[in-house]
Write a protein that binds this ligand. Structure first.
Ligand SMILES: O=P(O)(O)OC[C@H]1O[C@H](OP(=O)(O)OP(=O)(O)O)[C@H](O)[C@@H]1O
Ligand SMILES: NC(=O)CC[C@H](N)C(=O)O
Ligand SMILES: [Mg+2]
Length: 501
């Protein structure tokens, strides 16, 4: 789950892009990058690391220009090499830079195609580099010295025809403007906004509304599935539906875990959706476990706090903060290796022992994926003297891999895959385990926007909205991207940081 941003401004945009990336840091901690454009020249800085570590004053000073795009990366394809940090650049036609959130499901086929039929070389295993070359090819096919609005939108329509999977994209076409577009299923979020300045209107496109509002822009609206927005070099904005059969099936995991609670995605307040998850989970507990004697409800910080708070209210049980989070450690789930994730849980969360001694505690997390967090946390609660440790998840059991931009490619690594709830409960060492019902999760999100008929819930039900995923695909993905395969790949990674530095 990466974060993307683009700004078409009337003054230098380097600081605003940096600020937006810090607001989107929760979507990707592995690498960050910004490219800006001034007088037909591009200025790029990208590297592995968090935003604050990648951009020093000397880099910021070089990022000149009133147009630019930025990216924070959480790798879901290729490796975590700095050569795969984004934005990516291709020099022909026009000079295009691109930042992508999501994952193409046909990147391997496309990579071969673009070499054979389009004679384009792709130097990494990143699906985003493939996507950029497809966009570049589609623009080149228009054969225009100066691309017009229709050419830009026709190129996006061409991308929709060839690319499958999830993609929310911002791209800068040197000297001509900035384009943003969303895949025809609207799996990943993308939203745009504007602000008035004495010099004219400035525009921003970003993954989440929080990046728009915190920078003093007004939200205009989410891009519809398949839709594109183009801001030309004079600062005029155009939008167009570029897909033939769009369908609105956004990723429900944004509401469970990824997005910030102060964002509004597809007109659904993430905060309110999480409150409703807590309310519905409490009702399940009351209905199915009336015998549980719960003294205290505790969130596993950070993401589960909102749901846990409402769950405690609904159960009429005290809400206590039993674990303190070290604010200098990032999100553990989006760290690249299992060793690092496991170590970081204990570094990140520390119990306040007096809250546990002799009590029956209900720990609430937003989700259980690999089970890394809950196993450690339950043991910590026992070590701190809890009498009983119950565990509740605001999402249903995660049983299937994700192929749309969340790095859970191997079903064998998912604790609930092929296991009953009772087996998971025993494995994590809880006295009781309560999962959210899928219908309740969907209702919690849908109540925010009943116009959305369905969500991508593939990690819970194995139904992939793009319709191109079968067991063979998932087996191949598991073989190539399980933790040990990824480790091998990282060790052998000798990709030259080509023309992207
Ligand atoms: O079962 P697991 O594989 O451990 O994954 C699930 C956990 O990972 C996430 O926390 P994370 O630390 O990434 O972020 P947070 O601080 O936003 O909760 C999520 O909120 C769960 O706590
Ligand atoms: N999490 C994402 O959106 C990742 C984008 C892209 N697939 C990459 O690996 O860089
Ligand atoms: Mg968490």
């Amino acid at each position: 789950m990466c974060g993307i941003v683009a700004i078409a401004g009337k003054a230098p945009v380097n600081q605003a892009l940096y600020d937006a990336l810090t607001v989107l840091q929760h979507r990707g901690q592995d690498a960050a990058g910004i490219v800006t454009c001034e007088s037909g020249r591009l200025f790029l800085r990208k590297d592995n690391g968090m935003v604050r570590d990648v951009f020093h004053t000397r880099h910021m000073l070089r990022l000149a220009g009133h147009f630019g795009i930025g990216h924070v990366r959480y790798p879901t394809a290729g490796s975590s090499s700095s050569a795969e940090a984004q934005p990516f650049y291709v020099n022909s036609p026009y000079g295009i830079t691109l930042a992508h959130n999501g994952n193409l499901t046909n990147a391997h086929v496309l990579a071969k195609d673009i070499f054979r039929s389009d004679l384009r070389h792709v130097n990494t295993d990143s699906d985003s580099e493939v996507l950029l070359n497809i966009l570049a090819h589609e623009l080149q096919e228009r054969r225009k010295f100066i691309p017009e609005v229709d050419d830009i939108f026709a190129a996006v329509a061409g991308v929709h025809k060839r690319c499958k999977g999830a993609y929310a994209v911002v791209a800068m076409i040197t000297g001509y403007g900035i384009v943003g577009f969303r895949d025809p299923n609207g799996i990943r979020p993308i939203i745009f906004g504007e602000r008035d300045t004495p010099e004219g209107t400035e525009y921003i496109i970003a993954s989440e509304s929080v990046a728009i509002t915190s920078l003093g822009f007004r939200v205009v609206r989410d891009l519809a599935p398949g839709e594109a927005v183009f801001i030309n070099s004079q600062g005029r904005l155009f939008t167009r539906q570029c897909a033939e059969n769009p369908s609105y099936t956004p990723c429900i995991f944004e509401h469970v875990y990824f997005a910030r609670p102060d964002s509004i995605i597809d007109n659904i307040s993430v905060y309110k959706a999480r409150l409703r998850m807590g309310e519905k989970l409490a009702q399940t507990i009351q209905r199915e476990h009336p015998d549980l004697r719960i003294d205290v409800v505790m969130p596993i910080p950070d993401t589960s706090r909102t749901a846990a708070l409402e769950l405690a209210n609904q159960l009429n049980v005290k809400y206590r903060e039993g674990f303190m989070k070290n604010r200098y450690i990032g999100r553990t789930f989006i760290m690249p290796g299992q060793g690092q994730r496991k170590k970081s849980v204990r570094q990140k969360l520390n119990p306040i022992e007096l809250e546990f001694a002799g009590k029956n505690v209900l720990l609430v997390d937003d989700s259980i994926v690999r089970g890394t967090t809950c196993r450690e946390i339950i043991q910590m609660a026992r070590d701190a003297g809890a009498s009983k440790v119950y565990f509740a998840s605001a999402a249903p059991a995660v049983k299937y891999p994700n192929v749309y931009g969340i790095d859970m490619p191997a079903k064998s690594e998912l604790i609930a895959h092929g296991r009953s709830e009772q087996e998971v409960c025993e494995l994590i060492g809880a006295d009781a385990l309560i999962y959210q019902k899928l219908d309740d999760l969907i209702a919690a999100a849908r109540e925010g926007n009943p116009d959305i008929q369905a969500f991508d819930c593939s990690v819970f039900n194995g139904e992939y909205v793009t319709g191109d995923i079968d067991d063979n695909y998932l087996d191949a993905l598991q073989a190539s991207r399980n933790d040990s395969a990824k480790n091998q790949k990282e060790k052998g990674s000798t990709i030259v940081d080509l023309a992207n530095g």
